[in-house]
Each structure stands twice: as C-alpha cells, then as structure tokens.
Design a protein around this ligand. Structure first.
Ligand code: C5P
Length: 686
C-alpha cells in the first residue's frame, strides 16, 4: 500500500448515511489466541483486518498453528494447549493486545512443556510497561529474561520450570487491565489435567494424569478499564472456561478447565471505532442520522457506552441490538465532566467534540492514556492547542475549552490510529465559525491499526461544499506526460484523478461505433447522456465492456480531438467532469481544466515538452506495448492534434492566466511531481 505523508481534510459541513464497522480489535485478537489455544478448528468471521491482527496471525503461524482463509473467514487450527514449536522469535509491532496475552501464554507453556520464546515490538512497544505482568508470571514460577529495560519488552520466556499454582497469582490492575486479561487467557492452560508427556526436567505425574486444580488470580489495587475484563470473561465462556469471580478483586479458573473451540465465532464491530461516527452524528447529522452497524445494546464491548457520553453532550442516540443511530440534538454541544475509566479508548473522541461545546469538558480517571500507543493525554493536548484550543492536563485528566477561533493545523499523529481518527472531527469547524479551515492529518495510514479504510468510510457519509474541495489542474498538449504526472500527484496527496481526455476519447469511440458523423456536434453531444460510463480502479467501462485499452490507442485520440472541437460536446461533458470533485480532493488533467472546468482551482499547472520529446516518449510507450509506429509519423500526428486543440474556437488549448508553466522536456517524472507538490505546499495554510 502506498503511504501518503499527510491527508488534508477540507472543511466538512454535514453527515448522513450508514457505516458498517470493522471488527473489534480487542475481540479479534482475543478470539485468535483462544482459537489457537483450543483443540480443533475455529472459523472466525468478521475478523478485523488490520496491523494488530496481522501480527497476531503471523505469530500464531510461527507457533505452528494452522491459519488459512476460507472466503471472508479465517480458520484457525488450534494447538490444543500443546506447543508445536519450542523456539520462536515473535515480532508484535505495537499491538498491546498481542504482546500481553502471548507473553503470558508462552511463559506458562514454556514452563510446563519447555521452550524458549522471544517477544519484541516497535520502539514504542518497548516503552509500554509490562512489568506488572512479568512480576505476576515470575511469582508463579515462570522464567522470564528482560532483554531490554526491566519491566518492558523485549522479553525472553524460558522453560521448563516448576509452577507454583497452589498459591494465588497476584497481579496489579491499576496500570493496564491487559495484564489481568493476559493471565485469564493463559492460566486455563494449566488448570486442566497435568501434561501426559512432560518434557525433560519436569517429573512425570505419578499414577497417570493428575486432575488439575483451581487457579486463583487476585488483583492488587483498583482495577481499571473493567469493561475489557468483561470481554475477556465473555469470550473465555465461549471457549469453555467458566471463570468464577469475586467482584473485581479475585477470579478463579476452575480445576479441569480446558479450552474447547465453539466451532464458529462472529466478531462484533469495533465499539471504539464507532465513537468517531457517534461524534460525527452529534456534530453534523442534522437532516438525517448516522447509522452505525456492528455494535449496539447487545455488544460485549464496554466502549458502546460512549454513546451515553455523547448523549450527555447533546447527541440524540437510538440503539438496537447491533446498531446505533445518532443525530445532532443540542447545538452547540454541552460541555461535560466525566469519569472515563470505563471507556478509556473511545473517550479520546470527546476531547475533539469538546471544541464544539458551550463550556469546558473535563475527562477524569484516564491515567491509562499515558501508556497507550503514545502518551495520549500529552498528544491530544498538544494537537488540540495547534488548532487554537485552550487545554489543561494533569496526570490523569484533561480539560478542553470550546473553540471558536480556529487555526488551520497540521496534526501530528504519533503513530496512534485514534489520534488520527479523532482529529478528523475537527474538520467540521465551519459549523461554528465563518472562517472555516482545513485540517491536515499527518501519517494517516496509522489508522490501519484498527480501521484501515477509515477515511474512505468517513468520506462516504460526509459532505463538503464543492468550492472547499481542492482541485489541482494539469493542462497541456498531447503526450506531455499530464496523465502520469496527475496520477503521481494524486497518489501523493490521496486525491482522486480525472483524466478528462478519456471522456473525449470514449465519446469519440462511441460516436464512431454508433456510425455518427463526427462533424455533427449536436448529434455527438446527444449521445453523451446515453453512455453507460463507469470508472473503476483506473479502468474505464462502457456498458459491460472494459474499453481502457481501446481508449489509449492513437486512433481513438484522433477521434477525441475531432469531437472535442464542438461546443455542444464540451457542454455535454461539463457536469460529468465537475462530478469528479470529491473528497478529499482532485487532480484533473486535460486541455481546459484550469480555464473552463475548474477556473477556481487552487493550483493550475500548464505542462509542456518539446514536440520532439513528446514524440519520442509516445514512441517508446507504443513500442513497449508491441505496436509498430515511427517517430516521424507520431510527431506529425501530435503536431496536427496540437494545432486542432489550439485553434478551435471552443476552449482552445492555452495556459490559464494564473497557471504555473512547467516544461518537463529535461525533467524526470519524480522531479516534475516534486515541483508540483512544492507549488501545492506553498498554497496550503499549514
Ligand atoms: O489527453 P488526451 O490525449 O487523452 O485527449 C485526447 C483529446 O481529447 C485531445 O487531443 C483533445 O482534443 C481532447 N481533450 C479536450 N479537452 C480535455 C481533454 C481532452 O479537448 N480536457
């Protein structure tokens, strides 16, 4: 996947429509591990496809699990608590939901069956604490070596070693609830019967397999993020482990517990991801609601309660078993004070909603933010201030004041998917100020951690004013390299691309096929509304036929320049071209993009190259495709087309007055792209 360095969001104005959420990250990675530890096959449906699940799947493969795709489902052939690989090095990226539970499971399995495993991640992962979990596992008898700073990954997990399972396993609960989750997922592996074939160094159980024993886990300190423990317990139950609990302070895995695959598991939508669309509805769904499918009143995930927080800020929320509908109620939103311990991840979204409120919003009990993908309290405070907001923060709280005087800002995202997604909601500032500003999201691909197509999904349900959607026009003569330049600039900015020549080409082709006289402008123009045109992934379809290759032929180019002289044809294609102005922006190439179609374009480029250079480039292109041609013939054709395009009365080929001229005869493609991106950057407010 090509990673764009930043994504500029133009001012957004309204929202409506339906989004289907990707699978929950928390549930996906727990289910994968549970399936891997179970006997038999598990078919996992609606699994989140993201960076975090990818590292988990890769680790499970490394550990010897069968992992394959069956249509949309992922099938896991479980280990059944028996290690198949006794040695492995696992790289877990920045996935806390993989690091913590795998550490615990492998530590316990190495202790009972022997083995040596290393777990590591990206540099930020090596700054995320795991010491409380390591302490608990060492207390149990696991052999764990610190390979970096004590208390942080990377770690080595060794065995065999004797486990002291009779005493309670004690773990702190006030830094991350994932430590408790990790133990709850790992310890059923040793609550069942003793391993029938213990490895060297572990004495065999006398008198055949001995029954297991109850394993008691005690939580030290106040347990945070309790809803995540609810998810863990609910999923354990689905895989055959009925944990007994004493409130939030002690959990008992009953003797004889054994993982059993439920056969098939559906992963519900990600409730934390829902928060951006709940926020969106609260801010911008005025005429119709935003409907969110995949989570609802029956969800396991605590973050669905984010909807209550949004309602407290004024949103109107309706709930079904697996859907939510949200629309704007109070406006401006209402500032709130809220203990967010129960919705730690989703609560970040409230800090951006707070900008649209009538008074300050204070979120408390959020110390865990500081040990997530980044220090989220610091990150949100810093980036909100860039927009002009007044923000106060403490060790475990943040307060955000409403904002009316917005500044265009380039938001640093700290490789944190949630920072990137939250700040997309800042693009609605035009709803509270006349001087609407765009918002730049740096490294937007970081959303791939949990929601790879977040921005596409967002753009599917929001609207902007056409004049706010930026356009870059690239006009110039035939074979000047406009198409390549437009594609590359579009790719670099994440913008769509309009190849307007293709519209004239397809019109010429269809007119010829219909037997029309190409000099009869009105007749050719009348054909345009009947064309069943579809643009998909760089291909052009006319009805069911993929005509892309036909369109590129030189002969079709000549047909195009014949029909393009008619004002009626140009008029007939006008709206079709305007319709390409879609979020987040457009690069349009042609002859009159900057002069006639998008006269308000923020950057206009007029691209030229000498006729000799253009003929040579076209020659190479055609020869490489196996077409026979001569440079001289091509040059004559190009010059004939240039003449016709320049001298016609309707939209003759000429640079717009405010166009930047770019002669690329001696420039590489990269150099041309860089020049255009430099001009573009100078026009941006960031
Ligand atoms: O750019 P391309 O070579 O595909 O365009 C084919 C022909 O279509 C051009 O020679 C020109 O006559 C016509 N055209 C136009 N206005 C545009 C794009 C193409 O007249 N915006």
């Amino acid at each position: 996947m090509f990673k764009i360095p930043f994504l500029d969001l133009p001012p957004l104005r309204s929202a409506a429509g339906t989004v289907r959420l990707p699978g929950s990250k928390s549930i996906s990675n727990r289910v994968l591990l549970l399936a891997a530890l179970s006997e038999g096959q598990t078919v996992v449906r609606d699994l989140l496809a993201s960076d975090d699940t990818a590292v988990m799947l890769e680790s499970l493969r490394t550990l010897g699990c069968g992992v394959w795709r069956d249509g949309d489902a992922v099938v896991i052939d479980g280990l059944g608590s028996r290690l198949r690989a006794k040695q492995a090095k696992l790289f877990l990226g920045n996935a806390g939901t993989a690091m913590r539970p795998l550490t615990a499971a492998l530590a316990v399995l190495a202790a009972t069956q022997g083995g040596e495993f290393e777990v590591s991640g990206v540099p930020r992962m090596h700054e995320r604490p795991i010491g409380d979990l390591v302490d608990a596992l060492r207390g149990l008898g696991c052999a764990i070596d610190d390979l970096g700073n004590p208390g942080y990954p990377p770690l080595r997990l060794r065995g065999p070693s004797a486990l002291a399972l009779d005493a309670p396993v004690r773990v702190r609960g006030d830094v991350s609830s994932q430590f408790l989750t990790a133990l709850l997922l790992a310890l059923p592996l040793v609550a069942g019967f003793e391993a029938p074939n213990p490895p060297e160094g572990v004495p065999p159980a006398r008198g055949g397999p001995a029954p297991g024993r109850d394993i008691r886990i005690e939580v030290i300190g106040e347990l945070i993020s309790k809803p995540y423990i609810e998810i863990t317990l609910a999923l354990l139950a689905r895989f055959g482990i009925a944990v007994k609990r004493e409130g939030w302070s002690a959990f008992v895995i009953p003797a004889g517990s054994r993982y059993v695959s439920p056969g098939e598991v559906f992963v519900e939508g990600d409730a934390s991801s829902a928060s951006y669309f709940v926020g969106l509805g609260a801010i911008a769904a005025v005429d119709a609601p935003i409907r969110i499918e995949g989570v609802g009143s029956e969800s396991l995930q605590g973050d669905v309660r984010f909807a209550e927080a949004a309602a407290a800020m004024g949103a109107v929320v309706q709930t079904g078993p697996n859907w939510l509908e949200v629309r704007r109620g109070a406006w401006p939103l209402k500032g709130i004070t809220l203990d967010c311990n129960h919705i730690p991840d989703a609560a970040m979204t409230l800090t951006v909603m707070a900008l649209y409120a009538d008074g300050p919003t204070t979120l408390t009990n959020i110390a865990s933010w500081r040990v997530k993908e980044t220090d989220r309290i610091a990150a949100m405070a810093t980036e909100l201030r860039k927009l002009g907001a007044s923000v106060d923060e403490g060790p475990d709280w943040i307060r955000v004041q409403p904002l009316r005087d917005w500044r265009a800002a380039s938001i640093h995202t700290y490789d944190d998917h949630r920072v990137a997604m939250c700040f997309s909601l800042a693009a609605f500032n035009g709803l509270v100020t006349d001087a609407a500003v765009p918002v730049r999201i740096q490294e937007p691909h970081c959303v791939a951690k949990t929601f790879p197509d977040y921005f596409e999904t967002l753009f599917g349900v929001v609207t902007a004013r056409a004049e706010d959607i930026p356009v870059i026009t690239i006009d110039g003569p035939t074979a000047s390299g406009k198409g390549t330049l437009a594609d590359e600039v579009g790719k670099a900015l994440g913008f769509g691309v309009l190849d307007s020549g293709a519209l004239y080409r397809v019109t010429g082709l269809a007119a010829r096929r219909a037997g029309l006289d190409l000099d009869d402008g009105p007749a050719v123009a009348a054909l345009v509304p009947t064309l069943e045109l579809r643009f998909s992934g760089g291909q052009v379809f006319l009805g069911p036929e993929d005509v892309s290759a036909r369109l590129r032929a030189e002969a079709t180019g000549l047909l195009a320049s014949q029909v393009a002289v008619h004002p009626e044809v140009r008029q007939a294609l006008h709206q079709l071209q305007l319709d390409f102005r879609r979020l987040p922006g457009l690069v349009a190439d042609g002859r009159d993009m900057g002069t006639a179609i998008f006269p308000d374009a923020a950057l206009k480029v007029f691209l030229t190259a000498s006729a000799a250079t253009r003929a040579e480039r076209r020659y190479k292109q055609l020869i490489s495709k196996g077409n026979s041609t001569t440079i001289e013939g091509l040059r004559e054709d190009l010059e004939a087309r240039d003449e016709r395009d320049k001298n016609r009365s309707a939209s003759p080929l000429a640079p717009a007055q405010d166009a930047q001229l770019l002669d690329n005869s001696a420039l590489s493609i990269e150099a041309s792209v860089e020049q255009v991106l430099n001009w573009w950057q100078k026009r941006r407010p960031f």
